[in-house]
Design a protein around this ligand. Structure first.
Ligand SMILES: O=C(O)CCC(=O)C(=O)O
Ligand SMILES: [Fe+2]
Length: 313
């Protein structure tokens, strides 16, 4: 049984608990050839270790899809927990968590609808436990030998709900790499960094969703800065592919790849796309709290979003 949600978020520990993951896969030339021969739409099975071919696929293309990592009852439970969290946050008029704005837009029924939740694991004990489950150990091994869950760091555990209705705060997301954020936050040139996402809806190419330029993580730093205008470009790229998902699928993408989220061509509930991004981290411990400042790009984003919601664009 999972306990009822705490009234106050869990305080950050002075020293974070580090989790040990299995050793990384050793990749041969034959593994690389095999990975290159696989279709880009391959959905892999997550076992107890990352296989050499899976590692080679990630090295080559910058992303991986694992089929049905969360079971249907877990998907249901998480979605219900998020609905309950929305009720609480709307009732208390919450605007941000630890300096990170929550995105509030218009929902499928015209009422307020939270479209991006931050630090979710601090408010939902079920999720705090879920992201620590043993099945994710091989995923964590892609990030490092010793990792932790960044419950209190960056934006914490993020839950997104893309929706296409007039007044949506988050129908889509323009071209970007995630690595540039490191440049703003740490003023260091971005190194390898992995984004781990869980998906809750059936999204095929014709439903919009995640687009990635395979192999773009291998570009140089200059391309990472200049290949596209950050967040304002939504154009189809001739080299992009659609990452198609089923509920419970898990994706991993290299933070240096160029990617975007395409708006759903559907409208209302049919357009709903829910994802959860889990911060498995290894870098210097930097917990946030209620006094943490809002990063520059989130302040910029907030202005743009509020304008869009008002203009119902
Ligand atoms: O919605 C997604 O799958 C990706 C979101 C994303 O790229 C981001 O938040 O940086
Ligand atoms: Fe991203």
């Amino acid at each position: 049984m999972i306990a009822a949600a705490p009234a106050r978020p869990i305080a950050a520990a002075p020293t974070p608990e580090m989790l040990t993951s299995p050793p990384a896969a050793e990749v041969s030339e034959a593994d690389r050839r095999e990975a290159r021969s696989l279709p880009l739409t391959t959905r892999f099975h997550l076992g107890e270790r990352i296989t050499p071919v899976q590692q080679a696929f990630l090295d080559e293309h910058g992303f991986l899809v694992f089929a049905q990592v969360a079971k249907p009852d877990e998907v249901e439970r998480i979605l219900a927990e998020i609905d309950a969290l929305q009720e609480r946050w709307l009732a208390e008029g919450r605007k941000e968590v630890n300096g990170i704005p929550i995105f509030v837009g218009t929902g499928p029924d015209g009422g307020p609808f939270i479209q991006r939740f931050a630090f979710t694991s601090l408010y939902v004990p079920y999720l705090y436990d879920f992201v620590r489950d043993a099945r994710f150990a091989p995923i964590r091994s892609l990030v490092g030998r010793k990792t932790r869950v960044g419950d209190h760091e960056k934006d914490g555990l993020v839950f997104n709900r893309n929706l296409n209705v007039p007044g949506s705060a988050y129908p889509r997301l323009g071209w970007h790499t995630d690595g540039l954020r490191d440049l703003f936050l740490n003023r260091t040139v971005p190194g390898p960094m992995l984004n781990v996402g869980m998906h809750f809806d059936r999204i095929r190419k014709e439903d919009g969703g995640l687009r990635i330029i395979p192999g773009s993580h291998r570009q140089g730093f200059w391309d990472m800065l200049t290949r596209k205008p950050y967040f304002v470009s939504h154009d189809v790229d001739p080299d992009e592919i659609a990452v198609e998902t089923e509920p419970g699928d898990l994706t991993v993408h290299d933070g240096r790849t160029w990617h975007r989220v395409e708006r759903s061509p559907h409208v209302g509930r049919r357009s709903l796309r829910r994802t959860m991004y889990v911060p498995y981290v290894t870098d210097a411990y930097a917990p946030k709290d209620e006094s943490s400042r809002t990063p520059f790009y989130h302040r910029l984003g907030r202005v743009a979003r509020e304008l869009r919601v008002k203009l119902k664009r």
